[in-house]
Design a protein around this ligand. Sequence first.
Ligand code: KIV
Length: 283
Amino acid sequence: MPKKKCILDFYEMKKRGEKITFLTAYDFPTAQFAEAAGLDMLLVGDSLGMCVYGYPGTIPVVMDQMIYHAEAVRRGAPHTFVIGDMPFMSYQSSLEKAVENAGRFLKECSCDAIKLEGGVRVVPQIKAIVDAGIVVMGHVGLTPQSSGQLGGHKAQGRTAETAKLVVEDALAVQEAGAQMILLEAIPPEVGKYITDNLDIPVLSIGAGSYCDGQLLIVSDAIGQFKAFTPKFVKQYSNVSEVAINAMKAYVAEVKAGEFPKTEHCYTMIAGEEEKFLKMMKNT
Ligand code: KIV
């Protein structure tokens, strides 16, 4: 089992140009798969609102849900760097609340870091959480929790003017003390500019191949979540098809009386069947 990575390892990886591999995970078995596959880091993302709970977006997700899932992920991937994602309204309303909720991921789930959405406007929250001794990953570009303000889940930074705003957000996040940043749904040219101009590791979800590492939502990557598929997704497997086919085969075998077979049944201890039948006859 390779040694668990820490933030310094990710700085080293950026320096030597080794790509950082990053997936979301929401539960114990998926975390076990991810650790077995050798992922560098895992995000317990508030995307679990859609992928696990079937909500239309991430807004309804609350801190306690994040904590339950982060605990399970930590148990499944004890040797992997795990990041807890701050859900909507867990950090916006006050700095005290932001620090307290960020701390819960470390105290209750042994997470290694937290992630929160926003650039310039969450600088005070990033500073406060960093001052509490917590590793912070920023998240700029498309920020799903404020997608209402962005007019939906749309790519950001596609004009020179808006690209400059994304760069300003990224610089503000680094300046505030965040030790990693995630760029979501921006053109690769903007991803490259930010990666070249920031000292901290820059992760991409839909920000092109030049960034220091790549993130995908695990449910998209393995073909489990089919409600919608963003442009940046590559599906590496078709778990929903595998699962549906397995369930159809089960239904067919039960209906046909083909399951269970003898090998799926327990045997009575020798001589007990006769005794049992006799006993039942006498009752
Ligand atoms: O919650 C999540 O998985 C995320 C990604 C969309 C970046 O924040």
